[in-house]
Design a protein around this ligand. Structure first.
Ligand SMILES: [Zn+2]
Length: 87
């Protein structure tokens, strides 16, 4: 699913990163990167973090030039479900 189809209640962009070491072999993924502070309950992300983890825990995280691609990070998708405007 693309970010533009998600109706997120936050400003977010698509970002690509290579997997951290524990996921060697799984290749890079497209993540959802928050463009503003996100706070719902105990969940907090700073601007520039992805939904699945803090930006500094990635190697080579960068905003995608083509925003019209699917998010492929399962954890980001799962968290995005909770950040829909409909809820
Ligand atoms: Zn992610």
């Amino acid at each position: 699913m693309k970010i533009s189809e998600m109706n997120l209640c936050i400003k977010a962009t698509l970002a690509y990163a290579y997997s951290p070491r524990e996921n060697t072999g799984s290749g890079g993924k497209h993540h959802i990167q928050a463009q503003e502070l996100v706070q719902t309950g105990r969940f907090t992300r700073q601007q520039g973090d992805t939904l699945c983890r803090k930006a500094q825990r990635f190697w080579g995280l960068q905003t995608c030039l083509d925003q019209n691609q699917n998010v492929t990070c399962p954890r980001c998708l799962e968290i995005a479900e909770k950040l829909r405007t409909a809820q």
